[in-house]
Design a protein around this ligand. Structure first.
Ligand code: FMN
Length: 210
């Protein structure tokens, strides 16, 4: 079923959005009376160029958080940006972690994790938590919060203490839905509230309000 068609201005080719097996694909070819005569360069959506995909995602500015857990009895943290709210009732968030990471394994084992929302001043910690193949013990950066079941980063804008509601395997990642058990707000001066953002392979903070 052809859903819509459009023409490339730079290439002598038509594109069409088609529904196949219940999912939508973009194919190139030539559209003749509402049908797609697929040309030489059949391009299904699944063949999207990796670099084009990464380039698009790089310009999606995102907040940066540290996912915290316990590993060998010590606090352990991983820097991620794939974190968002899912539902308010009940309060749930989503994180996406590489399934083979220590964090993912330990979170699924202990069924607990924390999300510390990082401020601009925590860029060095974010870099530690993103370093490939190095130990990510974060004892020196944590508050003593006995009531919490997850380690909390000292000076984070907020901390969400979560239990694992469900885990979904997606390719080489695991999407974990967390039920928020505690929301911890560490009051600080107004100038310390600048969030840490990631955009175009660099750390930033907010500029001006629009
Ligand atoms: C800003 C930023 C965001 C990231 N977001 C994620 C993410 O959402 N999920 C993930 O699994 N890795 C993410 N990473 C990559 C991990 O931090 C990185 O793969 C990890 O630290 C590698 O450590 P390991 O070798 O100990 O597994 C992100 C890295 C950076 C710098």
């Amino acid at each position: 079923l052809v859903l819509s068609t459009f023409q490339s201005s730079s290439r002598n080719v038509d594109y069409a959005a088609v529904e196949l097996d219940g999912s939508v694909h973009v194919v190139s070819g030539h559209v003749v009376s509402g049908h797609v005569e697929v040309g030489d360069g059949l391009e299904f959506g699944s063949d999207v160029d990796d670099e084009a995909f990464k380039a698009a995602m790089r310009v999606l500015a995102a907040g940066v958080v540290m996912v915290t857990t316990w590993f060998e009895g010590r606090p352990w943290g991983l820097t991620i940006s794939s974190c968002c709210s899912v539902t308010v009732e009940p309060p749930q968030i989503l994180i996406s972690l590489r399934s083979s990471s220590v964090s993912c394994r330990e979170i699924n084992r202990g069924r607990r994790f924390g999300v510390s929302i990082l401020g601009a001043r925590q860029k060095p910690l974010a870099e530690l938590g993103a370093a490939v193949g190095v130990a990510k013990f974060i004892d020196d950066y944590c508050n003593d919060q006995e009531a919490l079941r997850s380690p909390m980063i000292e000076g984070a804008l907020y901390h969400l203490d979560c239990s694992v509601a469900s885990t979904h395997s997606v390719g080489d990642h695991s999407v974990i839905i967390g039920r928020v058990l505690n929301v911890v707000f560490a009051p600080r001066g107004a100038t310390d509230r600048d969030p840490l953002l990631y955009f175009d392979r660099s750390f930033w903070t907010v500029g001006r309000q629009l």
